[in-house]
Ligand binder design. Structure first.
Ligand code: JFZ
Length: 609
């Protein structure tokens, strides 16, 4: 920077801070303006928090090859085929001439979403391939000008959403655009762009902002814009885009993937079901099979039980579940998707009250039997594993006035006990033998006052103590430890044996326990590292061993990340009350960079099989 310019900047900064000092708002004024900002945010997010469940639609030219190029199946997600098969722009463009979705029926799609219990629809207006699936004037590479179809499906979808009372929203790929040299992603047509450092201004103004203006002005109110894969975009550009959206539609929410943390809400990694409630509003996008855009050979459909468990857990962590379909090039949603959505909808018809407009669980973690959502005065207990005898819930401090099954309103008898010696409470629900739902059965517990729970980590009624990585305290030589936690709560970058994790928990039923260390494989089971030498310290008793995959476990809520199980040894805890556990590594293998991917340390009753 030239010296006179930097002086000018400095002067400006000084002037600004002087001005700020002179008009320093009182604490009261600051509190007031924060309260009014919070109130405005509450107003803007009202529909989003009420909705909890939306439909994602990935639809574009990639539905034509449907995962196959020149007779060969192309690995990976369907909408990435142009990239994965390194298809030149000139060749990919020809797909537009074949795109004629004559069976497209906007009303049927929206009706399907509505019947599934979904409250909003997010569809790809432009994905990474750069093709606009709406009537764009800013680019001629769009569905109306370039395909024989010649209709604007977004107009029809917007109208159908309006008619059926769903919010309409757009996905827009702002950073990757494989059709444009100034955007990111296409390194086969533009090899020099490997080293590209910034998004071109021409692209950003001429395509991104021009098209974002179009999708915000041609289709009525837009609930949110789902930007994605920030790569080259600068923080200033991300902010500029957020401000641009708000200048056109102030109430339109902006997804976190606009980049640099400047969006309105957080987006979890795809298919990641986050642990724990966050203060921030958040959403997770999930595939029904293993692709977003249609692929003819992908039949790895998730079971309805998995989908419902994910939906419930996301709601129990105060987030939204955005479930995807990838329609064909004819405009048809694959039948297995339709079938699953219908079943999810049947569950939602009965149990929707326990999802819509609820807040997450008051507990710090999910229980062994399931999890909880809440509304004022009501807890919804979602039971995934219907118990043989009574359902026992630990740690609820409120008086339960009454309880009933949400499915048929049949009363459930409740008894409550307390153990003051260890400051512990238990609620016992007398359940019928048969679960109302094979997926998740909901018990409504009406409580006195706002939910109050034991803040300690508690042994579960099953007898198992589950100490999740992200609930541990990091013990490290530096106040900036290398280790962190991903959205699933799993330890990442734990490659230093100088860092350890420590927990305290409350034991209710003493006994002998197997000490089990649960670690996570990478997504789709691609990669895992073992061989770490660790010690689990339980109240000073040290159990040492090596982390190895003795068994595998597929967690039903996050089936893409299989777990590896190591049984290290056995301890006896003969007193109820507070105990301490630490996981202290002696050495960590990190050649593959994964290190110790800890999910949890579990103490499992030794007599339990
Ligand atoms: C992106 C896209 O590349 C993909 O095609 C699809 O649209 C999906 C919904 O979003 O893929 C991502 C983006 C972020 C993560 C993973 C896949 N992530 O944060 O883990």
């Amino acid at each position: 920077m030239n010296p006179s310019r930097s002086l000018a900047v400095l002067l400006l900064a000084l002037t600004a801070s002087n001005a700020a000092a002179q008009s320093l708002p009182s604490d009261e004024a600051a509190a007031q303006s924060k309260a009014s900002a919070d109130k405005d945010r509450d107003r803007r997010f009202q529909w989003f928090r009420e909705a909890r469940f939306g439909l994602f639609i990935h639809w574009g030219l990639y539905a034509v090859p449907a995962g196959e190029w020149k007779g060969k199946p192309i690995e990976g997600i369907g909408e990435w085929i142009m990239n994965r098969a390194r298809i030149p722009i000139a060749e990919y463009e020809l797909l537009a001439k074949q795109f004629n979705p004559v069976k497209f029926d906007a009303d049927a799609w929206v009706q399907m979403a509505k019947d599934a219990g979904m409250k909003y629809v997010v569809i790809t207006s432009k994905h990474h391939d750069g093709f606009a699936m709406y009537d764009s004037k800013a680019s001629r590479y769009d569905i109306v000008e370039a395909t024989p179809f010649g209709r604007d499906p977004m107009k029809e979808l917007a109208a159908a959403c309006q008619k059926h009372g769903l919010k309409f929203a757009f996905y827009y790929s702002q950073d990757q655009d494989w059709h444009e040299s100034e955007a990111s992603g296409n390194v086969w047509d533009f090899p020099a762009d490997d080293v590209k450092k910034v998004l071109g201004r021409g692209y950003f103004e001429g395509k991104v902002k021009a098209q974002v203006r179009e999708i915000l002005t041609q289709y009525g109110p837009i609930g949110l814009i789902w930007f994605d894969t920030p790569r080259l975009i600068t923080k200033e550009q991300s902010q500029e885009l957020v401000d641009f959206v708000h200048s056109i539609q102030p109430d339109c929410l902006v997804s976190g993937r606009v980049g640099h943390g400047v969006g309105d809400y957080d987006s979890a990694g795809d298919n990641q079901i986050s642990v724990g409630s966050t203060e921030r509003d958040w959403e997770t996008p999930v595939t029904l099979n293993d692709t977003w855009g249609f692929k003819k050979d992908d039949s790895n459909w998730k079971e309805v039980s998995v989908l419902l468990r994910q939906l419930v857990e996301v709601a129990a962590h105060s987030g939204n579940y955005l479930l995807n379909v990838g329609p064909t090039a004819e405009g048809v949603v694959p039948q297995p998707s339709i079938d699953r959505l219908r079943e999810v909808g049947q569950w939602m018809k009965v149990n929707g009250e326990s999802i819509y407009g609820t807040k997450g669980t008051p507990f710090r973690y999910d229980a062994s039997w399931g999890t909880v959502t809440q509304k004022p005065g009501k807890l919804y207990l979602h039971v995934f594993d219907w118990p043989k005898g009574d359902l026992v819930v630990y740690g609820l401090r409120n008086k339960v006035r009454k309880a009933y099954l949400l499915a048929d309103k049949k009363p459930v008898a409740v008894s409550q006990t307390a153990n003051p010696a260890i400051d512990h409470t238990a609620v016992r629900f007398k359940l019928p033998a048969k679960a109302p739902s094979p997926h998740a059965s909901v018990i409504v517990a009406e409580i006195e006052g706002a939910a109050q729970v034991d803040n300690a980590l508690l042994q579960q009624p099953s007898g198992t103590v589950e100490l999740n990585a992200n609930q541990g305290r990091i013990v490290a030589p530096s106040d900036k430890p290398t280790m962190g936690f991903d959205a699933r709560g799993v330890a990442t970058r734990w490659t230093s044996a100088d860092e350890s994790l420590a927990w305290e928990f409350k034991l209710v039923q003493p006994g002998a326990f197997d000490v089990v260390v649960v670690t996570s494989e990478q997504k789709y089971g691609r990669g895992w590292e073992g061989g770490h030498k660790v010690t689990v310290d339980v109240d000073g008793t040290k159990i040492a061993g090596t982390i190895e995959a003795q068994e595998k476990r597929v967690p039903p809520h996050n089936p893409y990340w299989p777990y590896a199980i190591t049984k290290l040894g056995r301890v006896t805890l003969d007193k109820a009350g507070t105990h301490k556990v630490a996981l202290v590594p002696q050495s960590i293998e990190s050649a593959k960079k994964f290190g110790l991917t800890l999910v949890s340390v579990e103490l499992v009753p030794a007599n339990k099989k």
